[in-house]
Design a protein around this ligand. Structure first.
Ligand SMILES: [Zn+2]
Length: 440
């Protein structure tokens, strides 16, 4: 059945930046957008009057660790390495039941913040605990959001000079075989990516072999990179080069790669990312929380680098709200480069079309015929948006907001600010029960 969403301010985020004041979006029964426009709407089997609300593409989260909702507000004054050393042993308790509860919470939070596509980077696989990726896939299917689940990995333990404890690292052969097995889970709603964790927890051999596997299977590649100055020192000690040189050395300076953070990039690094098409998941709140610094987003955009936003895991950004990251990205860019560094539309663009480009998805990120019908509807009636004549700037500057309605592939996932297919209270209750197992 085709559905017409009408009487709205529609922000398409297409190449031309088209916006329709008296706008509508027509979703076809194949879960894709049939038409978008302003003025007289076309005929449809079902019509939904949005009463003057703001419509944007569904937001795209390009970096997260859903399991970390179980361990919020820990290591409160720690930098990255201290924070990791404190949390690795706690995370070693993860199993499928806890992962499922964590994923439901993280995905629900993100959906209620307007997010239709979530990339999750899971890299903690304690030996003998199966079904972790399957648990988050199940949670996404139940809630109705898109999930790109990464089979992350760590194979460089403490005794070999790595940061994670030896009990949390795996053998490359087992990692790659499991990744290939999980690739079969992919369909219209679920994607799989290949994501060795970071330079300080993964061997060069695993980086190279992961890239070979991903390219053979046609999957995207992801890792953490250049997050802190300590990581750069670590790279020099262990590999004798800087993080981006390390990336080049393992065959990862390519257009099927995106990296989280990229806070500490030289002008030469930015140029290399632009030349080779490497994307960036900018996670400003997490970077501030861990005192890591601020990524050079204006410079990356000016160079033509693909940039999206990520909330990062809830142990380093306790709030899984992508709208908050939109505002945060705008604020930190301006803190770094002045009041003209990023506009409200630039910031929203990072979370929509930018995120889709980073994930290598040309079917997401904007409202155009043929794209997936992934739509966020924002009420403009609340206290916090009164007096904002420009609804886009109002949404970004006064964010974050709970989304009023969220549509994924033409199906409603949120209506009147509540999940359609699950009970928020039940998710929170079950999550608290699981989180108690990880309590200090
Ligand atoms: Zn991360």
């Amino acid at each position: 059945m085709s559905t017409l969403y009408e009487r709205a301010y529609v922000v398409t985020m297409d190449e031309a930046g088209a916006e329709h004041e008296d706008g509508w979006v027509l979703a076809g029964d194949d879960g894709r957008i049939e038409a978008v426009g302003g003025g007289e709407p076309p005929a449809a089997e079902r019509r939904v009057d949005l009463g003057g609300a703001l419509v944007t593409p569904g937001l795209v989260n390009t970096h997260h660790h859903l399991y970390q909702t179980l361990t919020r507000a820990r290591a409160q004054q720690a930098d990255l390495f201290t924070w990791l050393r404190e949390l690795y042993p706690v995370w070693a308790g993860i199993d499928a039941e806890a992962e499922y509860a964590a994923a439901r919470t993280g995905l629900a939070e993100l959906a209620l913040s307007g997010c239709t596509t979530v990339f999750d980077h899971h890299y903690v696989f304690p030996r003998g605990r199966d079904g972790l990726i399957e648990a988050e896939v199940q949670a996404a299917r139940e809630l109705g959001v898109r999930l790109i689940a990464a089979r992350g990995s760590m194979d460089l333990g403490e005794s070999d000079g790595g940061l994670p404890p030896d009990e949390l690292v795996e053998e490359p052969d087992a990692i790659l075989a499991d990744t290939e097995r999980l690739a079969a889970l992919a369909d219209d709603q679920i994607g799989i990516a290949v994501a060795p964790c970071s330079p300080f927890s993964v061997t060069r051999e695993l980086m190279r072999r992961s890239a070979e596997l991903a390219r053979r299977l046609g999957l995207q590649l992801h890792t953490h990179l250049a997050e802190t100055v300590e990581e750069e020192d670590y790279c020099r000690q262990l590999y004798g080069c800087r993080p981006v040189e390390y990336l080049e050395g393992v065959g990862w300076l390519e257009g099927d790669v995106w990296c989280a953070h990229c806070v500490h990039l030289s002008p030469g690094d930015v140029a290399a990312f632009a030349e080779h098409g490497v994307g960036v998941a900018h996670c400003p709140t997490s970077n501030l929380r861990l005192g890591a610094g601020v990524a050079p987003v204006r410079e990356l955009l000016d160079a033509g680098v693909r940039v999206g936003l990520g909330v990062d895991g809830s142990a380093s950004n306790e709030r899984g709200d992508l709208g908050l990251e939109v505002k945060q990205a705008l604020l930190v860019a301006r803190g770094r480069g002045g009041a003209e560094a990023l506009t409200a539309r630039d910031a929203l663009g990072l979370a929509t079309a930018g995120g889709a480009r980073v994930l290598g998805r040309d079917d997401l990120g904007s409202l155009e015929p043929g794209k997936r019908a992934d739509v966020a509807v924002w009420s403009l009636d609340g206290l916090e948006l009164g007096g904002a004549a420009d609804p886009v700037a109002g949404l970004v500057f006064s964010g974050p907001h709970r989304v009023d309605r969220l549509v994924v592939g033409g199906e409603e996932v949120v209506r009147d600010g509540h999940l359609v297919r699950a009970e928020e209270d039940e998710i929170a209750r079950e999550h608290r029960r699981q989180a108690e197992r990880f309590a200090p």
